[in-house]
Design a protein around this ligand. Structure first.
Ligand code: MCA
Ligand code: AMP
Length: 511
């Protein structure tokens, strides 16, 4: 049966959870989450538990359309909480566990959640925080809905209703919440299931974090859409992944996952013989990684491209050929165009900014109509900020970024945000943050900091000062203190020059 056959009625419910309910109800005895080889929950149990959790949310006063802000480690109860929100029509807002107090205060005031679920080092030690009810992670682990006997049915939502808000930083240095609707999530997962030929007997090895689109909406949703077992890893660990690979058929990761697997001598073709597909995204997959992976395992990694605001946008074909360095053509139903600096459509092979439109496109930035308008064209295309070319076969090649962005290990770091934090420190005149090639993370963050006249600066002290302000992955892995930053005749800081100067900050210079 084609994945789309018969789902029109389900899609009419509006809730993406209705898709998962259909698959789970048809396969109640199939394992849902498997940890260390032990099935923890069946799909039938998942349905019952999310029903109770959704009823519990309502019983504590969290209603449809309200928001739940969540910063907890990846765990089965965290997955149930997410699914319960979808089921109850409550808007789920996951936060990277690396975020620090300074960042979280902002999210709390911006999102105004009805419930905050957080780890104890956060304000969650109290039972309420500025009117927001708080649940600490330890309480979540005890499944507070366990004693609830009622199971809330799947709430009928409109496809245009918000399902989740994902915060993404931006070139202005302030995070903004991308509002993803039930319709966005449903359409994207159905398209991906077909594009990647998901099979009834697939088993997903899931080692991605579940606070970003990749781990939450792509990996988790594809398994849920087909009631496929998930070999559930709380974090990526190359040796643990290798241990579980023989029982899996599908693996998804950021390029760092693949380079780390390749550093393991035991990672070989025999381990991967039964694997159906390895998928990569969130950051550029180097040609060298693609080729080394193929030579070692016989598998060509399937690279795809997406964004928080638009979910998955392009994909290399499942049935090949998968082209190293390209992210493939547009997924079905998604319209792309490439626009040059003067507003014209770029000819084939010529670079321009990628714009996109389709059922995958988010509903706008949370309470930020100005930014929403700024990032869309008059005819409703979203302006990605990625510079791309298209070849004759319709394959997209990402050749640069119009936005000042560093992607480190699959996490986005916006230099502006780091520069603002550094510039606020005593003794700093100004700073410029750039990315440099990094053997593990793809790009690593480098801060070039100019001292104020007559002041001394210490790199270690800057690092310490940033600790409460910035998530670990955003903190510069190298800080260089200088007297002044290079500028052009117009007085603009020359980041290109700095990138050249520090390109070997993390990798040896060629001899
Ligand atoms: C951890 N650290 C990092 C990163 N991760 N630094 C820079 N970049 C990172 N990505 C810090 C740690 O805090 C620690 O700092 C030090 O680096 C070493 O940590 P390590 O133990 O090696 O890290 P890890 O815990 O193994 O994490 C690395 C990781 C992780 C497994 C690659 O970053 C990861 O899971 N990345 C996946 C990101 C992802 O899912 N992106 C999807 C975004 P210290 O030593 O100071 O404590 S969604 C998206 O982009 C779109 C929609 C798309 O297309 O998918
Ligand atoms: P995010 O805001 O976290 O969703 O990150 C989206 C950005 O990640 C895109 O705009 C791209 O710059 C980048 N990205 C995602 N997938 C790929 C890929 N396969 N290759 C290169 N860059 C990618």
């Amino acid at each position: 049966m084609s994945e789309t056959q018969g789902i029109d009625g389900i899609l009419a419910n509006g809730s993406v959870f209705a898709l998962f309910e259909r698959a789970a109800a048809a396969n109640p005895d199939r394992a849902f989450l498997v940890i260390d080889g032990a099935p923890l929950l069946t799909y039938g149990a998942m349905l019952a538990e999310t029903g109770r959790a959704a009823a519990w949310l309502r019983s504590i006063g969290v209603h449809r359309g309200e928001r739940v802000l969540v910063q907890v480690n990846k765990s089965p109860p965290a997955v149930i909480l997410y699914l319960a929100c979808l089921r109850a029509g409550v808007v789920f807002i996951p936060l990277n566990t690396a975020y620090q107090e300074g960042e979280i205060s902002y999210f709390l005031s911006d999102a105004e959640p009805a419930l905050l679920v957080a780890s104890p080092r956060l304000p969650g030690e109290t039972v309420s925080f500025g009117g927001t009810r708080v649940l600490v992670d330890a309480e979540l682990q005890a499944a507070p809905w366990a004693a609830t006997s009622e199971e809330l049915p799947v709430i009928r939502t409109a496809a245009a209703d918000a399902a989740a808000i994902l915060y993404t930083s931006g070139t202005t240095g302030r995070s903004k919440g991308a509002v993803l609707t039930h319709g966005n999530l449903s359409s994207n997962v159905v398209v991906l299931g077909e594009a990647w030929r998901w099979r009834e007997d697939d088993v997903l090895l899931h080692a991605l974090p579940i606070f970003h689109a990749h781990g939450l909406f792509v990996a988790l949703h594809l398994a849920l859409l087909h009631a496929s077992p998930i070999l559930f890893h709380e974090r990526f660990d190359a040796k643990a992944v290798i241990g579980d690979l023989p029982g899996a058929t599908v693996f998804m990761g950021v390029p760092t996952f693949y380079t780390r697997l390749l550093t393991e001598p035991s990672f070989d073709a025999a381990l991967c013989g039964h694997m159906r597909v390895f998928i990569s995204g969130s950051a550029p997959l180097l040609d060298a990684t693609f080729k080394e992976f193929e030579a070692r395992t016989g598998h060509t990694i399937l690279e795809r491209y997406g964004m928080t605001e638009a979910l998955m946008v392009t994909s290399n074909p499942y049935d090949g050929p998968r082209v190293a360095g390209s992210v493939g053509p547009a997924l079905p139903g998604i319209s792309l165009r490439i626009v040059t600096r003067d507003g014209q459509r770029a000819p084939l092979g010529k670079p321009g900014v990628l714009e996109m439109k389709g059922p995958n496109l988010f509903a706008g930035y949370w309470r930020n109509p100005e930014k929403t308008a700024q990032d869309h064209t008059a005819d409703g295309y979203f302006i990605s900020g990625d510079i791309v070319t298209e070849d004759e076969a319709g394959f997209i090649w990402i050749v640069g970024r119009a936005k000042d962005l560093i992607i480190s290990g699959g996490y986005n770091v916006y230099p502006k945000e780091i520069e603002m934090a550094i510039d606020a420190l005593d003794g700093v005149a100004e700073s410029a943050v750039i990315g440099a090639a990094h053997p593990d993370f793809g790009e690593g963050v480098v801060a070039v900091v100019a001292r104020a006249p007559g002041r001394e600066l210490d790199a270690a002290e800057i690092t310490r000062a940033l600790a409460s302000e910035l998530a670990t992955f955003k903190r510069p892995k190298k800080i260089v203190i200088v007297d002044e930053l290079p500028r052009n005749a117009m007085g603009k800081v020359q980041k290109a020059e700095l990138r050249g100067l520090y390109k070997n900050a993390f990798v040896p210079a060629p001899v």
